[in-house]
Design a protein around this ligand. Structure first.
Ligand SMILES: [Zn+2]
Length: 256
């Protein structure tokens, strides 16, 4: 090989090494990013023949009637609570739901769109509800539903750090987006007529018609269709709580 060609080959090998080195250097941060654990996102129940009826935005005055309707059909509900639940009436409703055997979970504190918040603020939104549930009920929830169903990788990373699964839904009764009770009932009729193996249903306990009309209607139809109406935790076969203790005594820290 002539000396000029040998030199050229040496230069090419050197260039290849430099290129490899640069690729390794520049790709190191995205690789680390991908290694961040993301929380599990639940959009469906997995246990066959189950329906999980979920209720967001409470605890509100209709919670008692929602619970009574569920129990009348041997059903367990899941409540995603948010807001200042230290208020005496609200705390009473939270404890009532838990003591009646329903699952209590977090809908975060101030109903902010978590995808617009910083890492610290996302944790603050999550931590406040978890602490309140620990004081009021004595449990730390293992499930969280983000307001509006909105999440991004930062939200999922924060949830993973807090050992929580993120719960969305695969059926919306549309009670929070202006559906009339008749429309919500028709939505339930349609899904039940298709008879999917499972249903994870979104409802809002703050609407009087959801508590007094749509829910009793849906419970009757679901029950006749032969579904087991269970909590989200049960329908996916995971523990509802990270910790189960006893309610604390109200003190000066129970404030918003
Ligand atoms: Zn909500």
């Amino acid at each position: 090989m002539p000396p000029s060609l040998r030199h050229l080959r040496f230069v090419m090998i050197l260039q290849a090494f430099v290129a490899l080195f640069l690729v390794a250097l520049t790709s190191s941060s995205p690789v680390v990013e991908k290694r961040q654990t993301l929380a599990r996102v639940i959009t469906k129940c997995t246990k066959p023949n189950t329906v999980a009826l979920t209720f967001d935005d409470g605890p509100w005055v209709y919670l008692y009637d929602v619970s009574k309707a569920l129990i009348a059909y041997n059903a367990t509900g899941t409540f995603f609570f948010n807001g200042c639940i230290y208020d005496a009436d609200e705390a009473k409703r939270v404890l009532y739901a838990y003591q009646k055997g329903h699952q209590v979970a977090s809908h975060t504190w101030s109903h902010s769109d978590l995808t617009t918040l910083s890492w610290d603020n996302i944790h603050d939104e999550m931590w406040r509800v978890e602490q309140a549930l620990q004081k009021i009920v004595g449990v730390v929830p293992a499930f969280m539903r983000p307001p509006y169903g909105n999440y991004n990788d930062l939200v999922l990373q924060a949830s993973a750090v807090r050992n929580q699964s993120v719960v969305i839904w695969d059926f919306d009764s549309e009670d929070s987006i202006g559906a009339t009770p008749a429309q919500s009932e028709s939505d339930y009729d349609q899904i039940i007529s298709k008879h999917p193996s499972t249903i994870l249903a979104l409802n809002h306990e703050i609407h009087e018609t959801t508590a007094h009309q749509v829910l009793p209607y849906a419970l009757d139809k679901l029950s006749k269709a032969g579904y087991n109406m269970v909590s989200v935790a049960e329908c996916v076969g995971l523990p509802a709580y990270q910790f189960i203790g006893s309610p604390e005594i109200r003190d000066s820290t129970w404030h918003c």
